[in-house]
Write a protein that binds this ligand. Structure first.
Ligand code: FNR
Length: 199
């Protein structure tokens, strides 16, 4: 059985190292997962004034999230936090109130930086946001990638075997986590989001 994973790249840069990392993860992932990027670059800045009549870009984003079995965030850290474009997209997906598209979606967070601290502080901020949004998160392994341009090719190839093993382990653990959350959310199970309708 395959599961559809939507991934967000938290960078708008055309040569984003995080998009390169995302391509590597897609290439290393088990074939039980299929991947689609959920684009964030054309979203206006979210305002609650949109809630009454959500614009097409906001609706498309929510539909893209809801069509996926799991969500993966591959993001840089900006000023020790979540890049504004990614946070804006998450805010869009969380609203209008009562229609949070992230609820109960299995999520993973990973990021690359040229710096030694990786993206640890951004990831910690993301955990707080996703907890509020009731999105289960892969807790372990954590992955704070210090990006080495020599290691990654443009089409997802990873030229260093130790790095490839680390990333393969991460995405395999994420695949197993998606399975566990989906099993728990299945009709009749303890995490069934709609228990009345399913009995
Ligand atoms: C950065 N960068 C950065 N790096 C980091 O490790 N911690 C940080 O807090 C920041 N802050 C930061 C703020 C802003 C506004 C920019 C533009 C950059 C550096 C960042 O990791 C580097 O530019 C990466 O290449 C960004 O990832 P993408 O866009 O290439 O995927």
């Amino acid at each position: 059985m395959t599961h559809r994973i939507g991934y967000f790249v938290g960078s708008l840069a055309k040569d984003s190292i995080n998009r390169t990392l995302a391509r590597a993860l897609v290439a290393l992932a088990p074939d039980t997962l299929t991947f689609t990027e959920i684009p964030i670059g054309d979203l206006p800045l979210y305002s609650p004034d949109f809630d009454e009549d959500f614009p097409p870009a906001g609706r498309a984003l929510k539909e893209a999230i809801e069509a996926c079995d799991g969500i993966l965030f591959v993001s840089p850290e900006y000023n020790r936090s979540i890049p504004g474009a990614l946070k804006n997209a998450i805010d869009w997906g969380s609203r209008p109130w009562g229609t949070n598209s992230f609820a109960r979606k299995p999520t993973g967070i990973i990021g690359a930086s040229p710096g030694r601290v990786g993206t640890a502080v951004m990831q910690s901020s993301m955990r707080s946001v996703l907890s509020f949004l009731d999105a289960p998160q892969l807790n372990s392994p954590e992955a704070y990638v210090m990006y080495d341009p020599e290691v990654y090719g443009p089409d997802g190839e990873v030229r260093d075997e130790e790095t490839a093993q680390f990333l393969r382990h991460y995405i395999e653990e994420y695949a197993a986590f998606v399975e566990r959350v989906l099993a728990a959310n299945a009709p009749g199970h303890i995490g069934d989001p709609n228990p009345v309708a399913s009995h």
